[in-house]
Design a protein around this ligand. Sequence first.
Ligand code: G
Ligand code: G
Ligand code: MN
Ligand code: NA
Length: 252
Amino acid sequence: LQIENELRKALERNEFALHYQPIVNLCKNEIKGAEALIRWQNERVGHVSPDQFIPIAEETGLIIPIGEWVLKTALQQLKDWHSNGMDRLTVSVNLSIRQFYQPDLIPMIKETLELAGVEPRFLTIEITESMTMDVEKASVILHELKELGVNISIDDFGTGYSSLSYLKRFPIDHLKIDRCFVKDIADNKSDENIATTIILMAHNLGLSVIAEGVETVDQLGVLKQHHCNEAQGYHFSKPVPGEEFSKIRVPS
Ligand code: G
Ligand code: G
Ligand code: MN
Ligand code: NA
């Protein structure tokens, strides 16, 4: 309850920050995008991870204003990067389920893009499989997002509900393989098989694949061998504050 009360005041007290983790194109070996990840610093409750406070923000409805702040801040940062030479960079923003089903989601995103002066094609929206349980409703929203011109990623792929048929019905651009499938990819043949099957299936559906949680050269080698398109993880960089992002160098 203390966390909930503190969370209510966090926006006006300016206690949130965004960190950004590079998403690397594995063919070109260059940074293609940045995933925005929220951080909360409050002296009374100390460091609380998004895994802990996002569910509370969901329950209380605070996720709506917090989510708008995240989108606005990430797009302003992107505008700044675009003005400073990184003019093809994309930014990825995580949506929670309550945001996804909020009636004014599409106009809110459209307005925020316009205010920031960023073209929709530079924004990627990340949703999770579990948010698409209501296939009919989800399909309508995803088509509206697509119509707006933003990109759509399915995050944490493989951990949610496992009906794959919806993938064909949804206008999705990227599939992000959850890091639990990447972890033992270089040591365990059956884990390698799972990951490579996901990559093949995604490619057959015309989707590009992003591997999450890449920490080692060996994992990267296996992913490249199986034509994974992009990767993200501590091997390249942990999430960093916006000012530090341009200093990140991709290991060659
Ligand atoms: O950054 P990592 O540190 O701890 O993030 C933990 C979880 O919180 C991830 O599942 C991530 O998707 C989620 N998360 C991070 N930032 C945001 C955000 O801005 N909005 C939502 N809805 N989830 C976020
Ligand atoms: O669920 P989502 O993919 O949005 O969350 C990303 C989460 O993964 C964040 O908590 C981020 O800090 C974490 N993360 C990013 N790269 C790595 C990595 O290489 N290893 C581990 N263990 N976690 C990572
Ligand atoms: Mn994500
Ligand atoms: Na994920």
